[in-house]
Design a protein around this ligand. Structure first.
Ligand code: ZN
Length: 128
């Protein structure tokens, strides 16, 4: 059986701590007000390989660093990516939500404020 390899398409796993947020997020040359992040932790699989377990996915319209700081101490790591448009960020958030079903996401991602975006994942019946 060929196992489907899921990738989040986000940046590298980063420790969820002040210094890392400051360096990787706040001072990023790529900074944008549209972003997607996942929270979770690095786990060792049965095969001994390390992998990043996604527990929550969210998008941010605004200050990603400020949002991430709310979760310090609650999760050990994060991955993120900046997007040039809110539309692309929302698409990525939905895609991760459907692929990984993060345990802390109790409902479908909500569309960004002041938009009428619909979930772009085929067969999605949860998007409003
Ligand atoms: Zn959806």
């Amino acid at each position: 059986m060929v196992k489907k390899i899921l990738t989040s398409g986000l940046g590298k796993p980063t420790p969820l701590e002040e210094s890392a947020i400051l360096k990787e997020v706040d001072n990023s040359v790529d900074w944008s007000s549209a972003s997607v992040f996942v929270l979770g932790g690095v786990r060792k699989g049965a095969d001994g390989k390390l992998w990043f377990q996604i527990k929550k996915v969210n998008h941010v319209d605004g200050d990603l660093g400020k949002e991430l700081r709310k979760y310090i101490g609650k999760y050990s790591g994060f991955r993120f990516k900046f997007f040039r448009s809110t539309r692309n960020a929302y698409d990525k958030e939905c895609q991760i939500y459907h692929e990984f079903k993060p345990s802390k996401n109790i409902k479908h991602p909500t569309r960004p404020r002041n938009t009428k975006f619909l979930c772009s994942v085929a067969d999605c019946s949860e998007s409003d």
